[in-house]
Design a protein around this ligand. Structure first.
Ligand SMILES: Nc1ncnc2c1ncn2[C@@H]1O[C@H](COP(=O)(O)OP(=O)(O)OP(=O)(O)O)[C@@H](O)[C@H]1O
Length: 115
């Protein structure tokens, strides 16, 4: 049990270190952090219904998840090559497209929740 707990704590530490690294180095994630603080602040001030908090939480998590995967893929691509290559451009563009999809979804959901 002690070994199991220490493994879980170590995994949690790695995950938080990854988020911390991304927050220090990725401008887009810093923007997402500001947007998250703003959305949660607005939610508190408007005393949102439970279902709206659920939607907001899921949306915020999706945006963070997509941006973290995008940043990780970009870093991996840059380790593979710094040369200009079609395959790298396509991979990075697809990852950026994933972020765009959830960003558009989050705008749509924010309009529904806060209007
Ligand atoms: N090695 C490469 N070969 C070809 N195209 C590249 C390469 N690196 C970057 N690109 C192109 O430049 C775009 C931006 O890539 P970059 O690594 O600069 O990400 P970024 O400025 O952090 O962008 P994002 O806002 O998507 O996070 C990519 O989506 C891709 O179209």
């Amino acid at each position: 049990m002690v070994v199991w707990c220490s493994k879980v704590i170590r995994s949690l530490h790695h995950a938080l270190r990854g988020i911390g690294y991304a927050l220090r180095t990725q401008r887009n994630l810093q923007i997402h952090l500001a947007a998250t603080v703003l959305a949660v602040g607005l939610g508190v001030s408007q005393n949102l219904a439970d279902w709206k908090w659920c939607c907001l939480g899921i949306t915020i998590s999706l945006v963070w998840m997509a941006e973290l995967f995008n940043s990780a893929l970009e870093k991996l691509c840059d380790r593979v090559t710094t040369e200009q290559e079609d395959a790298i451009r396509q991979i990075k563009d697809m990852a950026a497209g994933a972020v765009l999809c959830v960003a558009l979804l989050s705008i749509f959901i924010a309009i529904i929740i806060f209007s």
